[in-house]
Write a protein that binds this ligand. Structure first.
Ligand SMILES: [Zn+2]
Length: 485
């Protein structure tokens, strides 16, 4: 039998974490049609993969790609890394269901302007994506902060019963239209005043639909353990899976705390469903706020509305030039975004090494001078942390980017290379794959990613996007979330 395309003679890491084996892989339409011994499969077109590794397309478990999927559908910052599916709507912020009369409040401004928030219903966003597809697949959470902005006249208080009912109705509709669950950003101003009970009441609705609860914790510093406990309680009370977003410990006084949070999570996993995602850097990135200054050893400005040329510069240099302190400089740059150097390498490695850690870039695609995690996360885990540092074998790194998130997020037929699965595939050179994006030059594509296929079609080849946009919105697959294995 002659196939459409055969990837010939690569070392196949099937996503399970098992050792790679040399094989041919045949693609027909959007599916994997056959996996056979080298030289046994025939096709009209072939790609020589000898010396290369062939893996399932990577799943970026934590993104803020809601708007960029529509604005820059080639998505080179993702396809260049081998990413074939993104999870949007994280940290309490989603572009749908939401419309705005004025400017979006921080951190909603990380995703764009008032015009970005134009999707009254969740289905308006999925329809826009279907009408003008992106190169990658997408699933999306509904943001609790977005729901608050939609339903409350002021955000510095708990929602009342009527407002909770309106948030529940919006979420119920979005879940019916295929949303993955609810996300929160309890650290941020729009959600800070929300008590645990408010979150439980809203999240429950997503839980009833078989959705999950993903959370940017209320505190990632001094009260990290309390914040983890709150997230676990929400998952328990709302009876739904919890995903702890970008797990970390911020500020020198808190370094080492992941040695306590991970056992807490392990203990909880005996009774409830818990997962987490992590990005492979010691610096975080979000909006510029005064309260993060003290805990950071260095702050880099990623964008500033009032001083656009500040993007890419150190806050301390700007403050020095202006002869003011860091806080005053930060005030003058508002609204703005920043990168905060505030984590310990040991914590990053400990979380990455935890067997249940999914890889999520948390990249901010609209920033003028973004954190390098936007372009570098996946090649960095493969090249730096697997090959150079030796945290885990490359096959295990791949598992954390593929079958693990596919199971935990309920992505049917993704995350594994097997006959009948969707043909999301990445071909890379395990000897040379590495991130090139740095804090100084943050938008360089990684090296060593040779070819990337989404639903059977090449989206990245020879160092450039192909222009194909075979990505689709993946509706939540009710009941498919697998926390057993
Ligand atoms: Zn976040």
């Amino acid at each position: 039998m002659k196939h459409e395309l055969v990837l010939k003679g690569g070392r196949v890491a099937d996503g399970s974490g098992a050792p790679a084996f040399v094989a041919d892989i045949a693609v027909a339409g959007n599916r994997i049609a056959a996996i056979g011994a080298p030289g046994t499969l025939e096709a009209a077109a072939t790609l020589d993969c000898s010396g290369r590794m062939v893996a399932p397309g990577f799943i970026d478990a934590h993104t803020h790609d809601d708007a960029i999927l529509l604005d820059l559908p080639d998505m080179p910052m993702k396809t260049s890394q081998g990413v074939t599916t993104v999870v949007a709507g994280n940290c309490g912020v989603s572009v749908a269901p939401m419309t705005l009369a004025g400017d979006p409040p921080p951190p909603l401004d990380l995703l764009g302007t008032r015009a970005t928030y134009r999707h009254k219903r969740f289905a308006d966003w999925t329809k826009a994506l279907a009408a003008d597809p992106a190169a990658v697949n997408a699933v999306a959470l509904v943001g609790h902060s977005s729901l608050r902005v939609q339903t409350m006249d002021r955000l510095d208080r708990a929602a009342d019963a009527g407002e909770i009912a309106r948030m529940q109705a919006l979420l119920d509709q979005a879940m019916g239209e295929g949303a993955l669950g609810l996300s929160t950003g309890l650290f941020y101003v729009p959600a800070k005043a929300a008590p645990t009970e408010e979150i439980v009441a809203v999240a429950k609705i997503a839980g009833r639909h078989g959705g999950l609860y993903a959370t940017h914790l209320r505190n990632e510093a001094d009260a990290l353990e309390d914040a983890v406990a709150e997230a676990l309680r929400i998952g328990h009370d709302a009876d739904m899976p919890v995903v702890l977003s970008h797990h970390k410990a911020m500020g020198k006084a808190n370094h080492g705390k992941t040695a306590r949070t991970l056992p807490l999570i392990d203990e909880a996993r005996k009774k409830q469903r818990v997962a987490l995602d992590v990005y492979p850097y010691i610096a975080s990135s979000t909006v510029l706020t005064i309260d993060r200054i003290a805990a950071s050893s260095r702050i880099l400005i990623t964008w500033s509305k009032s001083v656009p040329e500040a993007g890419g510069r150190d806050l301390s240099d700007i403050a020095g030039e202006w002869r003011v302190d860091l806080e005053e400089a930060a005030r003058r740059l508002q609204p703005a975004g920043a990168i905060y150097f505030a984590m310990a390498e040991d914590d990053v490695r400990r979380v990455l090494s935890w067997p249940e850690a999914m890889i999520g870039s948390d990249g901010l695609p609209h920033d003028t001078h973004p954190h390098p995690r936007l372009w570098g996360t996946f090649p960095r885990v493969l090249g730096h942390y697997a090959r150079e540092v030796g945290l885990f074998p490359v096959e295990e790194a791949i598992r954390r980017m593929t079958s693990l998130p596919a199971k935990r997020l309920g992505l049917r037929d993704r995350g594994m290379l097997r006959v009948g699965a969707c043909a999301d595939i990445v071909v890379f050179d395990p000897k040379t794959v590495i991130d090139r994006a740095s804090f100084a030059t943050p938008t360089l594509p990684g090296a060593g990613i040779d070819a990337v296929f989404v639903n059977g079609r090449a989206v990245w080849k020879a160092g450039a996007p192909t222009g194909a946009r075979p990505g689709s919105f993946l509706s939540r697959d009710t009941g498919a979330m697998d926390y057993a294995g």
